[in-house]
Design a protein around this ligand. Structure first.
Ligand SMILES: [Ca+2]
Length: 55
């Protein structure tokens, strides 16, 4: 998912969006660099849960 999100951010290829619903990790209904940053922090074990999971 992380690689796919990176590809989306680089290419802005909206055909990837359907596969990226789960990438909206802060729950603001859009997938962007903020989500990418959060996923990166998660992978680096800087955070253990995503904001969207706190609801
Ligand atoms: Ca988001």
């Amino acid at each position: 998912m992380f690689a796919l999100l990176k590809k989306f951010l680089l290419t802005q290829d909206t055909s990837l969006i359907k596969d990226l619903r789960s990438a909206d990790v802060n729950g603001d209904d859009s997938v962007n660099a903020l989500d990418y940053a959060l996923i990166k922090r998660y992978l680096l074990k800087d955070i253990t849960v995503f904001p969207v999971e706190g609801h």
